[in-house]
Ligand binder design. Structure first.
Ligand code: ARG
Length: 456
C-alpha cells in the first residue's frame, strides 16, 4: 500500500504511477534527505514527540540506509514515488514502529523544499571552487603574457593594441562577478523551511531554529506558504548559471576564431581537439564549440523553471516536481563545461608572434597619433580629422603610420616632430595606458594580484 493510501479504494493506474514518480530524478538528493530527516527527528525528540530510544533507532536506521545507498545496496522503487517516500518506507521496513513517527509535523512539501536547498547549497559551493581554479588558470596565462601584444577589437575590427594578459583579465573580471552572484544566491537561500508543514505550519511545538542550526542554515524561513512554494533559489541559480555560460560562450567563440587559420592566434592541444571522419587534415576545436552550444541548454533550463512557476497559485503544486530536472541539468552542464574549459585553457598554445604581427598591421596606433597632436595643443576633433587623412595616405602607400617620413607627416601638421615615432611604438602605446583598468604592465600586475587575493 502507498504511504498515502488510507483514503483510496483502488490501486494507482500503472500509467499514472510511472508518470507521477520522480525517483529517477530526485534519487540524487538521498544524502540531503537523510541529513534533513535526522535533524527533523532530533527536533521531534527535543519537542518530546520521540523518546530517546525512538530517536536512536531512527538515526541509526537512517545512517544504515545512507551507507547502503552509498554502497549500491539499495534499489528504489517507483511505487514509492520519490526519494522522500522511498527512504521513509525503507526505514519503516527496517526499524518498524519508530519509523512511522518520523513524518510527524512534516510534509513532503517542506521536506522537498529543504532537500533542494541543501542539495543546491552543496553543489553551488562545488561550482564556486571549480570557477576559482578556472580563474587561476586564466591568471597564470595573464601572468605569462603581460608583454604579449595583440590587437584589441571593436566591431571585430582591429582597434587599439592591448596585451593577451589584459584580454584574460577581462574574462577574469566577469567570472569573479559570477562567483559573487553564486555566493549571493546561497546567502539568500540559506534558510530552513522545515516546520512549514504542507503549507500552514504545524501544531507541534517544533524548535525551528534548532533544526536550522543542525543543518547549517543562517536562520528559518519567515512564512510557511512561501517556504513550501518558493523556487526563487533555483531561478536565481539558473540565472547565474546562464550568465556564466554566456561568458564561457563568448570566450569560446573567440577561441574558435583564434584557432582558425585566418587568425592563427592559438593552437588547441591534441588532447583537447578532435578530428574529422572525412577530412584527414582537420583538427577541430570541438570543446569550445560544445560549450558554446550547451549555453543554449542552460538558458533553456532557466526558461523552463521560470515558465513552470509563473502561473502557480500558492502554495505547493505538483507542477513543481519538474523543477529538479531543470536545476540538475543546469548544475551538471555548468560543471562539465567549467571543467572542460579549464582543461582546454591549461593546454592551449598561444602563437605569440602571430598575435604581435596582427597588432602591427591595422593602424591601431592612430588614436595615439591623435593624442600626440592634442598634447601639442590641437583640439581632439581636429586631430581626429588630421590623423584620418594621415591614415588614408598610409593606406594608399600600403605602409604603417610609423613608416611615413617626418616630412610627409609635417605636410599634414607642423606639430609633428621626431618624437612622434616613439609615440607610435605599439609597446609604448600599451604602456602609456596606465590608467586604472588599463593594459599597461604595472596595472595588469596590480590587477592580477588583486584577483588572486579575491580568490583566496
Ligand atoms: N516529489 C515531490 C516533488 O518533487 C515531492 C513533494 C510532493 N508533495 C505532494 N504533496 N505531492 O515536488
Amino acid at each position: 500500500m502507498k504511504l498515502w493510501g488510507g483514503r483510496f479504494e483502488k490501486d494507482t493506474d500503472k500509467l499514472l504511477e510511472e508518470f507521477n514518480a520522480s525517483i529517477d530524478v530526485d534519487a540524487r538528493m538521498y544524502e540531503q534527505d537523510i541529513k534533513g530527516s535526522i535533524a527533523h527527528a532530533m527536533t521531534l525528540h527535543k519537542a518530546g514527540i520521540l523518546s530517546d530510544d525512538e530517536l536512536k533507532e531512527i538515526v541509526d536506521g537512517l545512517n544504515g540506509i545512507l551507507n547502503d545507498i552509498k554502497e549500491g545496496k539499495v534499489e528504489f522503487t517507483k511505487e514509492n514515488e520519490d526519494i522522500h517516500m522511498n527512504i521513509e518506507a525503507l526505514l519503516t521496513s527496517r526499524i518498524g514502529e519508530a519509523g512511522k513517527k518520523l513524518h510527524t509535523a512534516r510534509s513532503r512539501n517542506d521536506q522537498v523544499a529543504l532537500d533542494l536547498r541543501l542539495y543546491m547549497r552543496d553543489e553551488i559551493k562545488g561550482i564556486i571552487e571549480l570557477l576559482k581554479s578556472m580563474v587561476n588558470t586564466l591568471l597564470d596565462i595573464a601572468e605569462d603574457n603581460v608583454d604579449t601584444l595583440m590587437p584589441g577589437y571593436t566591431h571585430l575590427q582591429r582597434a587599439q593594441p592591448i596585451t593577451l594578459a589584459h584580454h584574460m583579465l577581462a574574462y577574469c573580471s566577469m567570472f569573479l562577478r559570477d562567483i559573487g552572484r553564486l555566493e549571493d544566491c546561497v546567502k539568500r537561500m540559506n534558510f530552513s523551511p522545515l516546520g512549514s508543514g504542507a503549507l500552514a505550519g504545524t501544531t507541534y511545538n517544533l524548535d525551528r531554529e534548532y533544526t536550522a542550526q543542525l543543518l547549517g542554515f543562517d536562520g528559518v524561513t519567515p512564512n510557511s506558504l512561501d517556504a513550501v512554494s518558493d523556487r526563487d533559489h533555483g531561478i536565481e541559480f539558473l540565472s547565474a548559471a546562464a550568465i556564466i555560460m554566456m561568458h564561457l560562450s563568448r570566450f569560446c567563440e573567440e577561441l574558435v576564431l583564434w584557432n582558425s587559420k585566418e587568425f592563427s592566434f592559438i593552437e588547441m592541444d591534441d588532447s583537447f581537439a578532435t578530428g574529422s571522419s572525412m577530412m584527414p587534415q582537420k583538427k577541430n576545436p570541438d570543446a569550445a564549440e560544445l560549450i558554446r552550444g550547451k549555453t543554449g541548454r542552460v538558458y533553456g533550463d532557466l526558461i523552463a523553471l521560470l515558465t513552470l512557476m509563473k502561473g502557480l497559485p500558492l502554495a505547493y503544486n505538483k507542477d513543481m516536481q519538474e523543477d529538479k530536472e531543470a536545476i540538475f541539468d543546469g548544475i551538471d552542464t555548468l560543471k562539465a563545461c567549467i571543467r572542460v574549459f579549464d582543461g582546454m585553457m591549461k593546454t592551449i598554445k598561444f602563437n605569440k608572434d602571430n598575435m604581435r604581427n596582427s597588432a602591427k598591421y591595422g593602424y591601431m596606433n592612430a588614436t595615439d597619433m591623435a593624442d600626440y597632436l592634442v598634447k601639442k595643443g590641437m583640439p581632439f576633433r581636429k586631430a581626429h580629422e588630421v590623423v584620418g587623412k594621415v591614415v588614408k595616405k598610409a593606406l594608399d602607400d600600403r605602409c604603417a603610420l610609423e613608416d611615413l617620413s617626418i616630412d610627409t607627416l609635417r605636410s599634414f601638421s607642423d606639430l609633428f616632430e621626431d618624437d612622434i615615432y616613439e609615440v607610435l611604438d605599439l609597446y609604448k602605446c600599451v604602456q602609456s595606458r596606465s590608467v586604472i583598468g588599463g593594459p599597461a604592465k604595472e596595472m595588469v600586475h596590480m590587477t592580477i594580484n588583486e584577483f588572486r587575493k579575491a580568490l583566496t
